[in-house]
Design a protein around this ligand. Structure first.
Ligand code: ADP
Ligand code: MG
Ligand code: MG
Length: 241
């Protein structure tokens, strides 16, 4: 079966346990959310799934279609179709948005598709396609460009870390469009968020608190539980975003 699995994942850094006993299954063509307050461990979990440098579980396994990918590099995981959109957008500079999206011509993509993905992320192709990527682009605009690039990539698993953070005018509608495009291209999405409205866009939700999964299931049930029990859940030393 095609599935990404986290099996009893633990993560410690500097003697501090950040994640413990994480078990999760992510199937094909589904949207999952990982919901939790600030400091719960969501980004750390996202980095572990992506396999960023320094992010290897202290214990446990990550399996993709049964293959153990726990110790694979980011590049090797990317090759298998896993991608991550950071909470902070990348600071790519010096090229046109068109070239960024087509990988300088290496990614074969029609003009129509280029325009369509920009529209999906709320950027007018007439204004943006030939625009240079530079400091004049806001964080929100950069994040949208990054999302457009992911749409062209059609990954098997897209991890979106706080997809609405940094986007000037938060639009749930835009996130809905992005999710449905990724799923109709055959992919699955892991939405990392502290916002109930975003979690409600998923098919299945995991509630993470103090580094562990407290509850999982139907998003509306999970959101209700989050509202009642986790709102006041405090994670020391974490500034609110
Ligand atoms: P979230 O994304 O849910 O806001 P994070 O995964 O960023 O949470 O962080 C979870 C907890 O782990 C926080 O208390 C954070 O301070 C701590 N943490 C994260 N990375 C490190 C690190 N490299 N060293 C020490 N503590 C860390
Ligand atoms: Mg945080
Ligand atoms: Mg985070």
């Amino acid at each position: 079966m095609k599935v990404l699995e986290l099996v009893d994942i633990w993560y410690e850094v500097e003697g501090k346990t950040i994640l413990r006993e994480i078990n999760a299954r992510f199937e094909e063509k589904k949207v999952y959310s990982i919901l939790g307050t600030n400091g719960a461990g969501k980004s750390t979990l996202a980095y572990l799934i992506m396999g960023l440098e320094g992010y290897r579980p202290t214990r446990g396994k990550i399996l993709l279609d049964g293959e153990d990918i726990t110790n694979l590099s980011v590049t090797e995981r990317a090759r298998r179709g896993i991608t991550l959109m950071w909470q902070e957008p990348a600071r790519f500079t010096g090229i046109k948005i068109r070239d960024y999206l087509t990988l300088g011509g290496k990614r074969k993509v029609s003009e129509d598709e280029l325009e369509r993905v920009l529209e999906t992320v709320g950027l007018n192709p007439l204004l943006y396609l030939e625009r240079n990527v530079d400091e004049k682009l806001s964080g929100g605009e950069r994040k949208r460009v990054e999302l457009a690039s992911i749409l062209l990539m059609k990954p098997r698993y897209t991890i979106l870390d706080e997809p609405d953070s940094g986007i000037d005018i938060m639009s749930l509608e835009m996130i809905e469009r992005v999710l449905s495009e990724l799923v109709s291209a055959g992919g699955s999405v892991i939405l990392v968020t502290h916002r109930e409205e975003i979690a409600l866009e998923s098919d299945y939700a995991f509630l993470i608190c103090h580094g562990t999964i407290l509850k999982e299931g139907d998003p509306s049930t999970i959101v209700q539980f989050y509202k009642n029990s986790c709102d006041k859940c405090d994670h020391p030393n974490e500034p609110q975003e």
